[in-house]
Design a protein around this ligand. Structure first.
Ligand SMILES: [Zn+2]
Length: 143
């Protein structure tokens, strides 16, 4: 249940409360009991809806915290140079091989690795996770 459905459930419950007020309690005992049962059901559904909303909010808080952490990491540890992003050295300059841009979008900061499987003359730079191939040269940070 989303927040709109929970609000709608509470609105129904409030409508039942208004109907309860209009019942003459002394003469309409059966109708009164029926309305109280409806009200109890409407409030129970609205409560379950709010439990769902609370869980969704918690999940969003966790995601926001994770994204903040990633932003902080990018801001303090990584440096852009050309088309790539690198880990920064002590002077804050791009160093070594870049992180995989594909995996970075998923929150993974993985340095490219050399693929030497095709022999010394055909070394390429690949991501150790997604296996994206970034070619033979031009990826190492310039001093
Ligand atoms: Zn990758």
């Amino acid at each position: 249940m989303d927040i709109a459905a929970a609000i709608s459930g509470i609105t129904s419950a409030l409508g039942l409360v208004k109907e309860l007020r209009d019942i003459n309690a002394q003469f309409d005992q059966a109708e009164l009991k029926l309305k109280i049962a409806d009200l109890t059901e409407a409030l129970s559904e609205a409560k379950l809806g709010l439990v769902d909303v609370a869980e969704e909010l918690q999940a969003k808080d966790a995601e926001i915290a994770n994204l903040k952490e990633q932003l902080q990491f990018r801001a303090t540890k990584l440096v852009d140079q050309g088309h790539f992003r690198y880990f920064a050295d002590e002077q804050g300059k791009a160093a070594g091989v870049p992180v995989c841009p594909v995996c970075e979008t998923k929150g993974l900061f993985l340095k490219l690795a050399q693929d030497r499987s095709k022999g010394a003359g055909s070394v390429t730079y690949v991501c150790p996770s997604c296996k994206a191939n970034y070619g033979y040269h031009g990826v190492v940070a310039r001093a």
